[in-house]
Design a protein around this ligand. Sequence first.
Ligand SMILES: [Fe+2]
Length: 150
Amino acid sequence: MDVHDLLSNLDQVPEAKRQAVINNGGGHANHSLFWSIMSPNGGELGGEIAAAITSTFGSHEAAKEQFVTAATTRFGSGWAWLVLGDSGLEIYSTANQDSPIMQGHTPLLGVDVWEHAYYLKYQNLRPAYVEAWTNVINWTRVNELYIANA
Ligand SMILES: [Fe+2]
């Protein structure tokens, strides 16, 4: 199975190995997306994803605020996400290396809020890291993912 199929079919993994598969498979899927949706020049939020964000959350600013809140209030290690969920865009966070794919959702954008992602530069200042991170989102790529899966 590729990692998407694996995380979509965890009930087929023996229970004794399931958490290890989630930790490592989820970690692989989450970080693979993470590297692909960051860029120093990823462009402005635009295209179809911009319109979908406005219609779902009211405004880009409201969506950003919800995303930052999800990222900064996740207790301990985890991720904050913009996903294509059961009925459109959703913002939430997951613990540890849990992936939105595990609940049938398509992650479009995710920020790593494990301490290892920010401690060297930001120490314990997760909000400053998340705020800075929003400036390096590759919106061109996120828009492509949205169009491919919407
Ligand atoms: Fe990480």
